[in-house]
Ligand binder design. Structure first.
Ligand SMILES: Nc1ncnc2c1ncn2[C@@H]1O[C@H](COP(=O)(O)OP(=O)(O)OP(=O)(O)O)[C@@H](O)[C@H]1O
Ligand SMILES: [Mg+2]
Length: 455
């Protein structure tokens, strides 16, 4: 009900703490209580609380000091001041310092619960805004389109992975939908109400990745003007997506390993171990087992990560999905008043294309075609493919030269190919027949059939 929000009570009146704790436990919150400011500071360093209920008058370390610490240390933690009527001025001062709310003792239980719930919502909002401003939370088009058996198999496994809470490794060529699947898993998991945080391990230098991931203390390095929370903290309760995890440096890998092992980490420049609870999904377009054999990636980290491995097949291995996806992009990207469709010829071209950039490439091809097509129907030339109409993929691989796109029939292609290999071998027929994998006799017949002549 209360999404497991974590509340810390700090008040030197033990009996009062006990009572309050019982009431909040009944409401479904996760509650700890401490009896002095210094204990509160320790507890906040160790656990990621959502709301702190803070008494102002305590023996040792006073409430204001704790509040000051929170404002520097954990800006998303919401503080509600518990005070007496006589001290209302102090409480107002605390609001100015950044506390979320105050309540006067004896408090009304409903008022208290109301205030705590609002503080929790406020915290969620802050986390979301931080994510948006970091652009780590992406716009989501969460439909996974496809009906091929290969894709269905991956979807099935993704669903099972979502139900579990294990770490996951997603493998696949560029543009196959690794991030889409990671988000799909998050949205179908018990963590769906909490943040989905993305960091690309290849996008930043080492120290910045570390400080993005784990945060830093004020003064930890030249630019560290204030304490910063790491993404592992922001993602608390949710999912952390480490894109291009194969690029993570060997220096950072042990730190991530430790975090995966027991949820512990340290901010840069910090001396206390902090903990956070996130599920990690890593994505890579490399073969990490090979990388591990070559000592570029730690095996122990790989085994922590690939409890479940999802391998997304390239688009050329699931041709059934090509037109479905193309039509999906046409539907979502065409102007509503002027919907566009694929002509049968354009469909044929797409079905024969190799899509080295996979679904992202298909998406771009369609976006461009929508702009270029002059009529309602997209023609092959609107697709603007580098080697359009290429019927035999092997040719494209073997061939450095441009394939003449006007060749349509198989005979045209055969003629072109034989002529090319003959030319390459200076008309040595035995070698050419050998290269082509046909007998010299067949070659002879084909030379006659196509009327090929040495220049
Ligand atoms: N099955 C699918 N259905 C609909 N859209 C898809 C599908 N797979 C991928 N896409 C879309 O294709 C684009 C590329 O997908 P995504 O960014 O998830 O790929 P990726 O594997 O993470 O790529 P990279 O390795 O380059 O980071 C996105 O716009 C995504 O929404
Ligand atoms: Mg990606």
């Amino acid at each position: 009900m209360n999404k497991n929000y974590k509340i810390l009570i700090c008040d030197d009146n033990e009996a009062f703490c006990y009572l309050l704790k019982e009431q909040l436990l009944e409401e479904g919150f996760n509650v700890d209580a401490v009896y002095d400011g210094s204990f509160a500071i320790d507890a906040i360093k160790k656990k990621n609380y959502d709301v702190l209920l803070l008494d102002l008058n305590m023996n040792d370390v006073q409430g204001e000091e704790v509040l000051k610490f929170v404002m520097e240390y954990n800006v998303s933690l919401q503080v509600i001041i518990l005070t007496t009527i006589e001290e209302i001025k102090k409480a107002v001062q605390c609001i100015k310092m950044g506390a979320y709310d105050y309540l006067t003792k004896p408090y009304d239980k409903d008022d208290l619960i109301f205030s705590i719930n609002r503080a929790c919502e406020h915290k969620d909002l802050i986390v979301k805004t931080t994510l948006l401003s970091k652009e780590v939370s992406k716009k989501s088009s969460d439909t996974i389109v496809g009906k091929s058996t290969e894709l269905k198999r991956v979807m099935n496994l993704a669903m099972k992975a979502a139900m579990s809470d294990s770490n996951i490794l997603i493998e696949g060529e560029t543009g196959t939908g690794k991030e889409l699947f990671a988000e799909y898993i998050h949205k179908h998991s018990a963590r769906k109400e909490k943040p989905f945080v993305v960091i690309n391990c290849a996008s930043l230098p080492d120290q910045l990745i570390e400080s993005e991931l784990f945060g830093h203390e004020k003064g930890a390095f030249t630019d560290a003007k204030s304490t910063k929370q790491g993404l592992v903290e922001i993602a608390h309760g949710g999912t952390l997506f480490l894109d291009e995890i194969g690029e993570l440096s060997l220096a950072l890998q042990p730190k991530l390993l430790r975090f995966l092992e027991n949820g512990e980490y340290r901010r840069i420049g910090g001396i206390t171990n902090l903990t956070s609870n996130v599920r990690v999904i890593g994505a890579t377009n490399r073969n990490l087992l090979e990388e591990a054999d070559n000592k570029n990636f730690r095996k122990d980290l790989l085994f922590r990560l690939n409890v479940i491995t999802l391998t997304i097949p390239p688009l050329r291995d699931r041709k059934e999905d090509i037109l479905l996806l193309a039509n999906h992009f046409l539907e979502t990207k065409s102007p509503i008043r002027a919907p566009k469709h694929l002509s049968p010829e354009a469909e044929q071209v797409l079905l024969n294309y190799s899509f080295t950039g996979n679904i992202r490439e298909l998406e771009h091809i369609i976006e461009r075609a929508i702009i270029f097509a002059e009529t309602e129907f997209i023609q092959p030339e609107d697709l603007n493919l580098p080697l359009a109409n290429l019927p035999i993929r092997a040719l494209q691989v073997a061939d450095g030269e441009q394939f003449p796109v006007e060749l349509i029939s198989m005979d045209d292609v055969e003629k072109w190919h034989i002529a090319r290999i003959l030319k390459k071998n200076r008309w040595d027929r035995a070698r050419t027949a050998n290269d082509l994998g046909i007998s010299p006799k067949t070659l002879y017949t084909k030379i006659k059939k196509y009327q090929l002549k040495q220049d």
